[in-house]
Design a protein around this ligand. Structure first.
Ligand SMILES: Cc1cc2nc3c(=O)[nH]c(=O)nc-3n(C[C@H](O)[C@H](O)[C@H](O)COP(=O)(O)O)c2cc1C
Length: 392
């Protein structure tokens, strides 16, 4: 996960920067949008902040944040000229002067503006200074007609961003990672079940992050309410027993992350048919399910890193999460308070405490993609401190 500044300047293509921000956020990056007054005529800064899940008051000096990459998309002929000559009269140009890392620009102008010798000279100046340029391409222009000057598509700009951020030097590169996600369902009869509200978002974000870091990921999905990440094989496991069987079968992975909300209880005597509706009270006995995390913790693991989630409520939740880690022999437990409406189950955000033998670290409320990155940062720290325990 990286920190990326996205500068937006005043062309019609500003709307395409929304998609770029979305792609960067989805990939787990922290995005800081900067918008010129010219761009605000097309898309409001609030839109970019909302897409970046960023509180506009986060920093008084967003243009001075240290970032891994600065991308300006679209880049107008006007801002190109300012970059070439070192002007700093708005957030986008101030940030460009303050930034000493990679800068990627995606110009968008009308064909005559693009071909103008002043624009071309400015372009040469910034390229000579190491600025990377993506596009423009030939195609339909906003003012009508065809020509050179159309901004590169967001997917292409995103791919260049990823390339500039460098290949993953993650310890997870080539490692086998298993992530469980979603909510198990325990049948009551042929159509009814006992379940829970977990959507699978957190687990899907974790699978996506592990894949981004170069791991060979398998996602064990229980009734996912969200789409699994592309390119990640999914093993479907509906009940707690299914999930237990599938997870134990893959328990020799280098990292196992148990993000699924596995039912603790199941109906003792599920009916094979659908119970017809009548006026009677229906009492259902629930019996405890075998604990999957404990079973994994007991497996001989040859250096595997085991991560559990503690979805708790109430004041004692954190204490229970600590006990869970030691009691179940997990390397890391991710505690989150599922009583809160703004995080956890069914929410795009989470706020967690990472509990390991080395100590505890709170991760403030953030999109689940970012939480996933923090969790794998911690996993990598554990792999490192264990001298590459997971090298088996
Ligand atoms: C409807 C409209 C569309 C524009 N599209 C572009 C464009 O695609 N590229 C460009 O360089 N300038 C474009 N301009 C001109 C810029 O908005 C203008 O140069 C402005 O000063 C740019 O400010 P900024 O670079 O600080 O955002 C457009 C202007 C208007 C009114």
């Amino acid at each position: 996960m990286a920190r990326v500044l996205v500068g937006v300047t005043g062309g019609i293509a500003a709307y395409k920067a929304c998609e770029l921000v979305r792609l960067l956020v989805r990939a787990g990056h922290e995005v800081i949008p900067l918008v010129t007054p010219g761009a605000e005529r097309f898309v409001r800064a609030e839109t970019f902040n909302a897409l970046a899940r960023r509180n506009p008051e986060t920093s008084l000096y967003p243009h001075l944040e240290r970032v891994d990459l600065y991308v300006i998309s679209p880049l107008t002929a006007n801002t190109l000229a300012k970059l070439a000559h070192g002007l700093a009269d708005n957030l986008v140009t101030e940030a460009a002067l303050a930034h000493d890392g990679p800068l990627l620009v995606a110009p968008a102008t009308n064909t005559r503006m693009w071909r103008h010798p002043a624009t071309q000279a400015n372009l040469e100046l910034i390229v000579a200074r190491g600025v990377k340029v993506v596009g423009p391409s030939e195609g339909d222009l906003a003012e009508g007609g065809q020509g050179l000057g159309r901004m590169a598509e967001p997917e292409e700009i995103f791919a260049r961003c990823q390339a500039l951020l460098g290949p993953s030097n993650s310890l997870l590169q080539g490692r086998r990672v298993v992530v469980t996600a979603g909510a198990t369902r325990e049948p009551i009869d042929a159509v009814r079940f006992v379940g829970n509200r977990s959507s699978g978002r957190m687990g899907v974000a974790l699978a996506e992050e592990a894949r981004r870091r170069g791991a060979e990921v398998t996602l064990i999905g229980s009734n996912l309410a969200v789409a699994p990440p592309g390119g990640v094989p999914v093993v479907h496991a509906s009940t707690a027993a299914d999930l237990r069987r599938e997870t134990l079968a893959l328990g020799d992975a280098d990292v196992v992350v148990m993000a699924a909300a596995v039912g603790d209880y199941r109906p003792s005597e599920p009916r094979g048919d659908k119970r017809p509706k009548d006026g009677e009270v229906w009492r259902i006995d629930l019996q405890p399910n075998d604990d999957v995390l404990s079973a994994l913790g007991r497996q001989s693991a040859n250096g595997r890193i085991l991560v559990g989630f503690a979805a708790e409520t109430g004041e004692d939740g954190l204490a229970r999460a600590r006990t869970k880690r030691t009691g179940k022999n997990a390397d890391l437990v991710v505690y989150n308070d599922v009583a809160r409406k703004d995080i956890g189950f069914e929410s795009p955000d989470n706020e967690v405490v990472l509990i390991s033998e080395a100590g505890e670290r709170k991760v403030e409320k953030a999109p689940k993609a970012r939480i996933a990155a923090e969790i794998f940062d911690e996993v990598e720290r554990l792999m490192e401190t264990d001298g590459g325990r997971a090298s088996g």
